[in-house]
Design a protein around this ligand. Sequence first.
Ligand SMILES: [Zn+2]
Ligand SMILES: [Zn+2]
Length: 132
Amino acid sequence: MTAPKRPDPARLKRITEAAVSARNDREAGYRARALKLYPWICGRCGREFNRLNLSELTVHHRDHNHDNNPADGSNWELLCLYCHDNEHSRYEDTARYSGDNHGGQGPAPATSRPFADLKALLDGEGLDKDKP
Ligand SMILES: [Zn+2]
Ligand SMILES: [Zn+2]
């Protein structure tokens, strides 16, 4: 029996760097493809881009899954930095707040609970059935 290996920081760093560079390669790949497929215009504000400011035009993934890169570009949308940022903060807000309250700022907002009635119905039915 050997003692459990402690994580080797140098190794971790290598792995992280490899992952980052793989991601950068992949990003460069789909960005180039998206820029070939679509006109260089922000899909939100309509700002037009050219070679000089193209670095401010980014590729957004409609389903927010950066690994989903279909060849027809259907998951990509070209957005300027600002609109892209906006898009993601909206998405994160939705994810963060869905089904939970806002972290103690008063009562939770009224969210739709499609299954609340169903549960009550099932509970009621269960009680009735279980009654001797
Ligand atoms: Zn924009
Ligand atoms: Zn995005």
